[in-house]
Design a protein around this ligand. Structure first.
Ligand SMILES: [Zn+2]
Ligand SMILES: [Zn+2]
Length: 384
């Protein structure tokens, strides 16, 4: 395989400083990390390639050699086929290098996306994948909390072999049950010990003689199931609810991953959510805006409330009904924020016309002339 220039792999100029190299690698590594791209060989290859480049360029001595001699300095084909070549730098090494420098950054995503880095290459049963599902809720359901049924398809332990994958279980003869194979390599930089997952048993340390026909030796079969999820009141889009152990079972008796339920919101025809508040637009008559008066409002989930519009309310003004919003996840309750719009009819009958015509010339109902200067307006205010 043609090897790309390390600077090109990380997308940095040759004079890039340590910080720029670290940043460039971090970005690529997070995007291509195998935990984020399960089963994607292309991403895995990019992750390994970037890590290999980073391991050389972050070390001033190795970098200086690489700058002078290119890949030959890192013990590739020209160096006699020893050590640090692509096949020697395997995924386990790459994951370790990544965790060494960025393990602390991973935090949530390690929890969320299966923690493959922690178990891969280790001995014993492998954990199954976490699964994600989306759950769309109405504002009414969010206001009260709700129990929902979810239809999921996940891998569960095979009933035929009870998850063992077959019969005649024995200790793996390639790794003697350790689940890992070690390989010592000499390179121009010194000795490397590569520890990688045993290819024969996949890190489990054991194999079976007779594979189970029902699951092909994997110990898992695909299964559809209906699960109940309890959603507390006050959740918002982006919140998630983990159902522990409801993801995919691990192969051959490995622990199951989680099913992660991501909350989404359905749009409401009347109400718009604003954190724990609800926003509502309500038309009012011209006379109510001027004189004030009660207006009946719909409430989320049914029923009505009375809003007292104060005299002299302008169109677009927002009035607040305390405690008529959504419940907060941490308790409390938001408000209903009512934006009143003065409604103007597009057509009126002759009776209304008779009422309105005298108002047109009533001096108290004339808006101030536009274009008055600030000083004139101030004078009016004092005079009035
Ligand atoms: Zn089976
Ligand atoms: Zn093995």
């Amino acid at each position: 395989m043609e090897r790309r220039d390390y600077y090109e792999v990380l997308g940095v100029p040759r004079e890039a400083n340590e910080d720029a190299i670290k940043k460039a690698y971090r970005k690529i590594a997070f995007e291509q990390h195998p935990d984020r791209n399960p089963g994607d060989k292309g991403a895995e290859q990019k992750f390994k390639e970037a890590t290999e480049a980073y391991e050389v360029l972050r070390d001033p001595e190795k970098r200086a050699r690489y700058d002078r001699f290119g890949h030959a300095a890192t013990g590739g084909a020209a160096g006699g086929g020893q050590g640090f070549d692509v096949s020697g730098f395997d995924l386990a090494d790459a994951l370790r290098a990544f965790m060494r420098d960025f393990g602390g950054d991973v935090g949530g995503f390690e929890d969320l996306f299966g923690g493959g880095g922690a178990t891969r290459g280790g001995r014993g049963a492998r954990r199954g994948d976490d699964l994600r599902v989306h759950l769309k809720l109405t504002l009414e359901e969010i206001a009260t909390g709700v129990e929902k049924k979810l239809r999921v398809k996940h891998l569960r332990a095979c009933a035929t072999c009870k998850g063992r994958g077959g019969t005649g279980e024995t200790v793996c003869d390639q790794c003697q049950g350790r689940g890992q194979v070690r390989r010592v390599q000499q390179s121009i930089f010194g000795q490397f010990v590569n520890i990688s997952t045993c290819p024969k048993c996949g890190g489990e340390g054991r194999t079976v003689d007779q594979r189970c026909a029902a699951c092909g030796g994997d110990g898992r079969v695909s299964q559809s199931e209906t699960l109940a999820v309890k959603v507390p009141p006050g959740v918002a889009a982006g919140n998630f609810i983990p159902l522990r152990g409801m993801g995919d079972a691990g192969p051959r008796g490995g622990p199951a991953g989680d099913l992660i339920v991501f909350i989404e919101e359905k749009e409401h025809p009347l109400f718009v959510r604003d954190h724990d508040h609800l926003r509502l637009e309500v038309p009012i008559g011209f006379a109510t805006a001027v004189l004030g008066g009660p207006v009946e409002l719909p409430l989320l989930g049914g029923g009505t409330a009375r809003l007292d519009v104060p005299a002299g309310t302008a169109s677009g003004q927002v009035l607040r009904l305390r405690g008529k919003g959504l419940p907060g996840l941490q308790g409390g309750r938001g408000d209903l924020l009512v934006r009143v719009i003065v409604w103007v009819p597009t057509r009126v009958g002759s009776a209304e016309r008779k009422l309105l015509e005298p108002l047109q010339d009533a001096p108290g109902l004339k808006p101030p002339r536009p274009g008055k200067s600030f000083f004139e307006r101030a004078k009016d205010a004092f005079a009035g």
